[in-house]
Every structure is written in structure tokens, then in C-alpha cells.
Design a protein around this ligand. Structure first.
Ligand SMILES: [Cu+2]
Length: 616
């Protein structure tokens, strides 16, 4: 990377606010160089050391000042482009009055270079420069961000590309980074404070009384009232999809608000590679380009067998590389709707500067279902004796929904569920039923998924039957098998838990400050990670330093991921080769969940580990 691409074009534009709605017309005074080049990225990599400076940069939008933490003065930070096989040297200087850090998301490197304060190193003090030096052992699309406090929400993130030594297994003529994120003028601490006070503070989409009557007409009163009771118990509304919404967020594409319309140019007939990165703090996006098929060629930086789709959901911290082939002189909207449909990020692919295409309607917010409450397997075939209407087995924490005869019914269902799980997927042969423990994860948890289901072939809430071909996790098949195909020696099971109305998030009911020690992996071992989502939200679970091979039915073509989206009420498994000694962060990548303690340290050592590794 030369200095030209490193420095942001600090373009100040006269930006106004839109009339009565106060909608933001632009957020582009701090746009990085990579986003300004409408002719595609330049393929040069850095040769010498790369310097990044963490600074506060006032962001002026129509006279409204934003409080930022930027990397080298832009949001996102500059594109860092490396080459597989090189020794990277990146010097990060902290010009803030508080500690900072950079974590290289998805990179395999010595743990001291991983950039997590308190886990890999002490962080970077004000005025200090930390020298990251590591061999680059992989290729693909990644990103980097602060692992200190809530700085990421204020703009401390950027894209990272590693070019492979061998030629890419797919061809393209032009490439762009498409980095999605969420911006708020509020101080992130005050966002968190509001969420702690009222978890649905930003959720303006609660169902109304007329809707209740509609439900009642369709379902009959009995079912509707019963479902209402269930929702009341879980202290969620069926439309609680995201904690933080467009009520405070502006969704950005390459640092630009929707009206600023980030644009990439193409010549008709070219193959364009789009490197999608979800660098948001809290927002999932549903991405499509009306009029263009997208062929997914990489997921989380790893080659996958190409799959042609119309739309994909990208969890926080995931990346997808797609190829599109626009043939006409035209414009196409890159539309990234926030999962809760409260807003969108938007940009354009155009054959000429200034061309625009229509912006599709957002559509309705998804509605949570019983499956999201961990009742998914209730509906599976082969079930002999379902509890009546599915209600007795809900097992809300205080037991009020439990009814006499619950246990026998549950036992039977559990057995048949396990069978259907194995039969249906032919992958995880783990026979152990869901282990919630006698205390059901204690007071740090409200609800348990009694019948979590395999949801890998589902597109996700709100994307079912929308007439488009939506990417699902079972579509992801590695281009070639990874070298370690050992069967796992043991399982580590972790539950994703929380108390929604108190905004408590944890693993196994314990936040990070409450656990005794790390989760142990034995160096060199092969293990199966079992994740059970007891909550009614998606959580993007990220393991540092090692790949997770998703057991999605692809056999030896299991895809490798650094971040796994776990759907509400879902149980999924991944194989891990514990090949990276040291201490590694493992956490939910929703920034406020991570901050609240949905975080663990994984310690990879030569010490023997007990077969039960439940960490409390
Ligand atoms: Cu989470």
C-alpha cells in the first residue's frame, strides 16, 4: 500500500439535513480513499510497514457534530492490503486520551498480535505506538477494529484484504470493498445505558392492538392468548429483532449514508467482485442487488463452491465475496436492509457516474415464532407425542407454564427429536440431549431452548418465501477439503443466554466477570463446539485465532468460518483444530452484548482437559 491509498480524502461537503424528518443527507466528510475510488480498487499491497493513527476527528454533518474515533482520520479506516506469505508490520499509534487496540478479525497469527486488551496484550496506551508483526498465512477478505470499550461504534474499524499466492479460483475484472456499518450521533455509552434501562428502547415496531385482533381472527382466541402469554413471560415482543435500530442508527455503505449513494462504476460485460464486510456494531443486513444475480465465491475469506443467489443475510463481523456480471448500460442499487427493517444502507453499481436505480421498499419487519423460542423440533416429523399445543414444554424460568405430566411428554419428544436430528442432517452424531443444567443457567438467564433445532437450511426470520433465492448456511461448501479431517475427540458445549429486559448477555448464564477461568482447549486436539442459543435473538459468535468448521452436512467440504450466526432457538456445531497455542477471545460480536459479558477466553495449552468443559 502506498501513502496515496493510506491517507483519506478528507472531503468536506456542504451537507444539509432533510426537512421535517431530519433525515441525514450525507455522512461523508470522513470517507476513506478506498471508498472514493469509483473505478475499483488498486491491487497493490503494502511493501514496507503500515502506519495507522487512532485519532478523534470531529465529524460535521449539517452543523451536527459527531464524536468519532477514527483510524487515520477516516470512517471506515483505510484499506489495509496484504499479500499471503509476507511478514506484515503494522504500527498503530494511539493519539487518543484513552487506551485503544486493533484486532485483526479472522486472521491466524501469534496470540500476542491478536489485539485484545487483557487477553493478548495490555492494549495501547495514549501516546504509545504498538508494532504488530506477524506472518500472513492466509488470504481473503477480512477487517480490523478496536477491541477496547465501545470505540468500534464510533468508527474504529476498516477493511483488510489479503491477496493469495496462488491465482484466485475465479475470475473478475474489477473489485470493490462494500463495508456495511451503523452510525449513531449518540454516545455509545448512552445507547448502552438506555438499553439497560429499557431493552426495547429502540424498538418502535411492537405489535398493536388491531394486529392482536387480526391474529385472533386467524388463529382463534385460544392460541392467540396463549402465545401472548408466552411472549409476556419471555419479556420480548415478537417483533424484537434488533436491540438498536434506525431510531438512532444511520446505516452506512463504505462510510456513506444512503442519500450520499456510494457508487462503483463498471463496464457492461465485466465481472465485478464485491467484498462485503459487515463492520456494524449491532446490525445484521439483508443484501440484494435487484436485477443482478450474485455468485458467492468466498465466505469469511475462504473459498467456497460458487453458489448463485439473489440475496444474503450477513451477520455482524461476517464477510461474503460475490461476483456480479452487469451486462447493460444501467445502474443497480446495492440494497442492504437492516434485519429489523427499520432502515437500510444503500449504494449503486453504475455504468456511468450519476446513474441511479430505484430503491426497493423495506418490507415488513420479521416476526419471531415459536421456533425462535427453542420450540423448533416440536414440529419435526416422527414425533410421537407432542406436548399439548407445545405449551407445557415451554419451561419459562419461573415454571408458570409448566403443567402436570410435563416430564414424560418431554422425555418422549426428546428421543424422537434426537433421532430426527441425526436422520435429517447426517452430521452431528452427538447423542447427548440439550444440557441446560439443573439451575437452567441461573439468574443470568430467562429462558431455555427446550427443543432447539437445526436451522442451517433456513434463510432466517423474515426471509422465508420472499420469492428470492436466499443464501443459507447449508449452501456453503468449501472449495476443497481442509487438511485436518480427524473426527473430534470431545465436545465443548456453550449456551447463548441472557435476560432480555435487564439487558444481560452471557454464556451458560454467566457473564465474563463471573467465570472462574478460561475454556480449555488442548493444543493439537480436534474438538466439536456445540452452540445452543437459548435466547430469541441472533448472535454472531466469533472465535479468535482458529477456524470453526461448520457442520452443515457438507461432509469433508465443511466451510470454515471465523464468525457463526446462531439463530434464535438454534443448536449448531462446528469442528475446531486447536492448533494455535495461547489465549484467545471468544464472544458474541454484537458490540453491546460483548460489552455486557457475552465473552469467554479460550486457552489453548498442552494441559490435559477434563471431558466436561462446561465452564461453570
Ligand atoms: Cu449476542
Amino acid at each position: 500500500m502506498n501513502n496515496q491509498t493510506m491517507y483519506s480524502k478528507s472531503r468536506r461537503r456542504f451537507i444539509t439535513q432533510a426537512g421535517a424528518t431530519g433525515a441525514i443527507l450525507g455522512l461523508n466528510s470522513l470517507v476513506p480513499a478506498f471508498a472514493g475510488g469509483t473505478l475499483g480498487l488498486s491491487p497493490e499491497q503494502a511493501t514496507g510497514p503500515i502506519d495507522l493513527n487512532i485519532t478523534r476527528q470531529p465529524l460535521d454533518i449539517g452543523g451536527r457534530m459527531g464524536d468519532t474515533v477514527t483510524i487515520s482520520g477516516s470512517i471506515p479506516g483505510p484499506l489495509v492490503r496484504l499479500k499471503e506469505g509476507q511478514d506484515a508490520v503494522i504500527r498503530v499509534t494511539n493519539q487518543l486520551d484513552e487506551d485503544t487496540s486493533i484486532h485483526w478479525h479472522g486472521l491466524l497469527l501469534p496470540y500476542e498480535m491478536d489485539g485484545v486488551p487483557g487477553v493478548s496484550y495490555a492494549g495501547i496506551k495514549p501516546g504509545e505506538t504498538f508494532r504488530y508483526a506477524f506472518p500472513v498465512k492466509q488470504s481473503g477478505t477480512y477487517w480490523y477494529h478496536s477491541h477496547s470499550g465501545l470505540q468500534e461504534q464510533q468508527g474504529h474499524y476498516g477493511p483488510l484484504i489479503i491477496d493469495p499466492i496462488a491465482p484466485e479460483p475465479f475470475a473478475y475484472d474489477r473489485e470493490y470493498v462494500v463495508m456495511l456499518s451503523d452510525w449513531t450521533f449518540e454516545n455509545p455509552m448512552s445507547v448502552l445505558k438506555k438499553l439497560k434501562k429499557q431493552s426495547d428502547y429502540y424498538n418502535y415496531q411492537r405489535r398493536t392492538v388491531p394486529e392482536l385482533f387480526n391474529d385472533a381472527e386467524e388463529n382463534g382466541w385460544g392460541k392467540t392468548v396463549r402465545e401472548r402469554m408466552v411472549w409476556a413471560r419471555s419479556r420480548m415482543a415478537p417483533t424484537d429483532i434488533a436491540d438498536v435500530s434506525a431510531a438512532t442508527y444511520t446505516y452506512l455503505m463504505n462510510g456513506m449514508a444512503p442519500d450520499s449513494n456510494w457508487t462503483g462504476l463498471f463496464r457492461p460485460g465485466e465481472r465485478i467482485r464485491l467484498r462485503f464486510i459487515n463492520g456494524a456494531a449491532m446490525s445484521y443486513f439483508d443484501v440484494r442487488i435487484p436485477g443482478l444475480k450474485m455468485t458467492v465465491v468466498q465466505a469469511d475469506g475462504q473459498n467456497v463452491q460458487p453458489v448463485a443467489i439473489d440475496e444474503f443475510r450477513i451477520g455482524v463481523a461476517e464477510t461474503y465475496d460475490v461476483i456480479v456480471e452487469p451486462v447493460d448500460e444501467a445502474a443497480y442499487t446495492i440494497f442492504a436492509a437492516s434485519m429489523d427493517r427499520s432502515g437500510y444502507a444503500r449504494g449503486t453499481l453504475a455504468s456511468k457516474a450519476g446513474l441511479e436505480a430505484a430503491i426497493p421498499p423495506l418490507g415488513n419487519p420479521p416476526v419471531r415464532t415459536m421456533k425462535d423460542m427453542g420450540m423448533g423440533a416440536m414440529a419435526m416429523p416422527g414425533m410421537t407425542s407432542a406436548p399439548k399445543d407445545g405449551v407445557p414444554a415451554m419451561n419459562m424460568k419461573d415454571g408458570t407454564m409448566a403443567m402436570p405430566g410435563e416430564m414424560p411428554a418431554k422425555k418422549q419428544t426428546m428421543d424422537s427429536m434426537d433421532m430426527s436430528r441425526n436422520r435429517g442432517t447426517g452430521m452431528s452424531t452427538a447423542s447427548s440431549p440439550v444440557k441446560h443444567g439443573p439451575d437452567r443457567h441461573g439468574k443470568g438467564n430467562t429462558m431455555v431452548a427446550e427443543f432447539p433445532s437445526n436451522r442451517l437450511s433456513e434463510p432466517g426470520d423474515g426471509l422465508e418465501n420472499n420469492g428470492r433465492r436466499v443464501l443459507v448456511y447449508t449452501d456453503l461448501r468449501s472449495l476443497s477439503p481442509y487438511p485436518d479431517q480427524r473426527t473430534p475427540e470431545r465436545e465443548v458445549e456453550l449456551h447463548l443466554t441472557g435476560v432480555m429486559d435487564r439487558y444481560m448477555w452471557s454464556f451458560d448464564g454467566k457473564k465474563f466477570s463471573e467465570v472462574d477461568g478460561p475454556v480449555h482447549f488442548k493444543y493439537g486436539e480436534r474438538l466439536r463446539l456445540v452452540l445452543v442459543n437459548d435466547t430469541m435473538m441472533e448472535h454472531p459468535i466469533h472465535l479468535h485465532g482458529m477456524w470453526m468448521e461448520l457442520e452443515n452436512g457438507a461432509g469433508e467440504y465443511r466451510p470454515r468460518k471465523h464468525t457463526l450466526n446462531v439463530k434464535p432457538g438454534e443448536r449448531l456445531t462446528a469442528l475446531i483444530s486447536a492448533d494455535a497455542p495461547g489465549n484467545w477471545a471468544f464472544h458474541c460480536h454484537l458490540l453491546y452484548h460483548l460489552d455486557m459479558g457475552m465473552f469467554r477466553v479460550v486457552s489453548v495449552t498442552n494441559d490435559a482437559v477434563s471431558s466436561e468443559n462446561r465452564n461453570g
